[in-house]
Write a protein that binds this ligand. Structure first.
Ligand code: FES
Length: 104
């Protein structure tokens, strides 16, 4: 299964300016709604066992980890604040008729 799009959530499940944790094939993924545009990253912080879906969106484009306040750029997964040093995996998503699709 490569280069296919699979339904992972409804757009209505991801609040504007918020996050929504989902699982795909057992992998934890965090969805973000930034002014109507949907992004997806791996949900677990690269510094420790924290769900980024429980974190806080900062400056409209970064996610702050709820455990030690490290930050990642949501669109790129880049670690931008200590103690996070390793970048976060990101996933390609799109929205079609109110459904969020993940590229697999
Ligand atoms: S677990 Fe995320 S910053 Fe430490």
């Amino acid at each position: 299964m490569a280069n296919e799009w699979v339904e992972i959530a409804k757009l209505s499940e991801v609040p504007d300016g918020g996050t929504c944790p989902i699982r795909y094939n057992g992998e934890p993924i965090c969805l973000y709604n930034l002014e109507g545009k949907i992004y997806a990253t791996y949900d677990i912080c690269t510094h420790g066992q924290a769900s980024l879906a429980d974190g806080f969106i900062v400056d409209g484009d970064k996610i702050e980890c709820p455990l030690h306040q490290g930050m990642f750029e949501i669109a790129t997964g880049k670690a931008v604040s200590t103690p996070c040093k390793l970048d976060l995996a990101i996933f390609e998503v799109k929205v079609d008729q109110g459904v969020i699709l993940l590229k697999v």
